[in-house]
Design a binder for this molecule. Structure first.
Ligand code: PEP
Length: 250
């Protein structure tokens, strides 16, 4: 049985005071025993704060990116080992903003996924099509290409300890959510792709939906057979809104 995961990507938002309040409010709003898992992805400088507030709680934390190299002369970069040093469980790989703004290719994303796995982090592989790609009928081809780059590198076994997040680019931060039917269709496509390689891994794989998830649409989305939770941007920056998403399914 796959547990629902509600994960908050805080992107480049926050300050010490804001992060402290948000973490404490989230902690106060969740019970230790819950059927729903929660995780937050603060910017790098706030990972120590996440560890100090969340340690021992039911909320996990992770980072939004990593450099696949373990150490060296790479000014401005952060390695998997450093993330583990701050107690991270997860790391995002291939968020569409990294792909679009910072030019990360499918191979760059595979490098990050592979380095995360090798270090013991659980990568969250983000995939998804742009509006133009959807309108050209290329959604499945794009998602498949993004998955294949990682599958070629790490094999299906690489997904035993990983998560996939389907995030249609046109739905991220736009207020335009994919309908539960649209999202489920792509999630089923993703799961079927894994079924053809290893049905046990496919059955266990958590596939999150991301793209303008909020307290009003979460229950409908997460009720679909192949949608195992959400990767939430904007609505994860306010404890009340983020908890509303969690409480919609808890
Ligand atoms: C995201 O940042 O991954 C995301 C899905 O953002 P939003 O929920 O704001 O669309």
């Amino acid at each position: 049985m796959r547990r629902i995961l509600v994960a908050g990507n805080w992107k480049m938002h926050g300050s010490t005071a804001m992060v402290q309040d948000l973490l404490e409010d989230l902690l106060a709003g969740v019970d230790k025993q819950s059927d729903v898992d929660m995780a937050v992805f603060p910017p790098f400088p706030y990972l120590a704060q996440a560890r100090s507030v969340l340690n021992g709680s039911s909320i996990s934390w992770g980072a939004q990116n990593l450099n696949p190299i373990s150490q060296g002369a790479h000014t401005g970069e952060v390695s998997a080992g450093m993330l583990l040093d701050f107690g991270c469980r997860y790391v995002l790989a291939g968020h569409s903003e990294r792909r679009a703004i910072y030019g990360e290719t499918d191979e760059d994303v595979a490098d990050r996924f592979e380095a995360a796995l090798a270090s013991g982090l659980e990568p969250v592989l983000c995939v998804g099509e742009t509006l133009e790609e959807r309108e050209r009928g290329e959604t499945e081809a794009v998602v498949e290409r993004q998955l294949d780059a990682v599958l070629r590198r790490c094999g299906v076994a690489g997904f035993e300890r990983a998560i996939v997040a389907y995030e249609p680019v046109w739905a991220i931060g736009t207020g335009k959510t994919a309908s539960p039917e649209q999202a489920q269709a792509v999630h089923a496509f993703i799961r079927d792709k894994f079924v053809s390689q290893d049905d046990i891994i496919a059955g266990q794989l958590r596939i999150l939906y991301g793209g303008s998830v909020n307290g009003s649409n979460a229950a409908d989305l997460f009720a679909r057979e192949d949608i195992d939770g959400g990767l939430v941007g904007g609505a994860s920056l306010k404890a009340e809104d983020f908890l509303a998403i969690r409480n919609a399914v808890a």
